[in-house]
Ligand binder design. Structure first.
Ligand code: ATP
Ligand code: MG
Length: 426
């Protein structure tokens, strides 16, 4: 992509409406445009990150055998009246009527709708288990939308729903999704902390929230110090490690000795839930069992905040200059900065590098704008691509361009040819 023809509006002004770093940076680096309180439009650069995150999520869901669907955003109220949640959901639900006075709503979540789809097509125990997921916009009329996309009213969520024949099957599915979530967040360069969110009662519901540590998080967590250095702990140690939200933390029964107990704020990026036959019973969703009697499938539901993750990743990975994208979710892998657009040699080398990398399939953004070098460097740091190639007249006299790592700031000289080889290998 050439920046001169790319829609990427950047700004030096710190927007007054944004109190936390990720919100400020998302506006300044042209990821989103605000539409109304808690409602955003995604601009090309932000959309790239959103799609990269969505792809990682889909791949990890498909790897555990879940099937992707796309349910409508608008749902009939009848489904929710049947489950008993229509009145219970309260003012967070956006409700409206069509021209025939039919009551509709914009889905805040989709348990009822998926149960309805399931019952239309799944009739026998032989067709179980089923695990379906989608990535779709939700609307919740949050009382306090804030922190940009992190607590929006309209937001993109991956929501998955599983149906099993019995509790043992449902628990197996629960842990499969749980592990897929750990892999999903790690692939994005995050350290997810699974926090038990249920009462822990045997035979009851089961639930974990996946939190990432960040001062701007809305939850207060207590956790074992192993989470501060998870790279040096085994997966077994981590899966047994203590982590709970403030409400669940009881100092008198905490298994972690005080010197190992940590406290931090966290951002909830995912949530897994096992709730048994709550919806299948209330909505009369059953399949025929082996002996001909009806079975009400055991359900779980599993959410990931896709649009929230864009903010959360930036919150976890930025510095005073701007965003620092982890490679797997970066909108582009590398940016080329032509420091002197009027210099024929700079422009020729930049354009050749751009073409070579582009043809190799590298996601590359070429800043070919007629701006001052200082401005272009500041913009490139602001938008935070993992790698920068700096092409300037002085170094070029020695036949050299520079490769800069955005995270470490480390700069290494290369000839343009060697640089292309380097990218070919990686
Ligand atoms: P929260 O406690 O943050 O309101 P929740 O428990 O209501 O979350 P779920 O219903 O479990 O959230 O939704 C699944 C995921 O969707 C959450 O883990 C979160 O990442 C994301 N999410 C929920 N509400 C919002 C929102 N208002 N804006 C952006 N993402 C959200
Ligand atoms: Mg909520």
């Amino acid at each position: 992509m050439r920046w001169s023809s790319y829609f990427l509006p950047t700004s030096k002004e710190v927007p007054a409406e944004a109190s936390i770093a990720s919100h400020q940076l998302m506006l300044r680096a042209g990821l989103v445009a605000p539409t109304a309180a808690g409602i955003y439009s995604w601009l090309p650069f932000g959309l790239r990150a959103l799609l990269k995150i969505s792809n990682i999520v889909s791949e990890e869901q498909e790897a555990i055998g879940a099937n992707q669907v796309l349910m409508s955003t608008v749902q009939p109220a009848d489904l929710w009246i049947a489950s008993g949640r229509y009145d219970a959901y309260g003012e967070e639900m956006l409700r409206f009527k069509d021209r025939h006075e039919h009551e509709l709503l914009y889905g805040p979540t989709n348990e009822e709708q998926i149960a309805d789809i399931f019952r239309r097509f799944v009739k026998s125990y032989k067709q179980l288990p089923q695990n379906l997921f989608q990535i779709q916009w939700k609307f919740r009329d949050e009382i306090r939308p804030r922190f940009g996309v992190m607590r929006g009213r309209e937001f993109l969520m991956k929501d998955g729903y599983s149906f099993d024949l019995n509790r043992a099957g449902a628990e197996k599915t629960y842990w499969e999704v749980f592990n897929a979530y750990i892999r999903t967040f790690r692939r994005m360069g995050l350290t997810p902390i699974p926090v038990r969110a249920d009462s822990g009662a045997i035979g009851g519901n089961m639930s974990h929230e996946f939190q990432i540590l960040a001062p701007a998080g809305e939850s207060l967590l207590y956790y074992d110090a192993v989470w501060d250095d998870p790279a040096n702990a085994s997966d077994e140690d981590l899966s047994a490690a203590y982590a709970v939200a403030e409400e669940k933390h009881d100092p008198s029964s905490c298994p972690v000795p005080p010197e190992r107990l940590r406290q931090s704020r966290g951002i909830e990026v995912g949530h897994v839930f096992y709730f048994g036959d709550k919806y299948t019973k209330s909505m009369g969703v059953s399949v025929m069992g082996q002996d001909g009697s009806p079975i009400y499938p055991e359900m779980g539901s599993y959410g990931i905040g896709i649009s929230r993750l864009v903010g959360a990743i930036i919150e976890a990975s930025h510095d005073e200059k701007g965003i620092i994208w982890p490679e797997p979710v970066a909108p582009f892998y590398v940016g080329i900065v032509n420091l002197q657009e009027e210099d024929a040699r700079c422009t020729e080398v930049s354009a050749t590098l751009y073409k070579s990398l582009h043809d190799m399939g590298v996601d590359v953004l070429y800043d070919d704008r007629l701006e001052r070098a200082g401005e272009k460097l500041a913009d490139m740091d602001l938008i935070g691509l993992p790698w920068q190639i700096l092409v300037g007249p002085q170094k070029l006299q020695e036949g050299i361009v520079e490769l800069k790592n955005r995270r470490t700031g480390h700069v290494q000289p290369y000839t343009p040819e060697n640089l292309v080889h380097l990218f070919q290998k990686s």
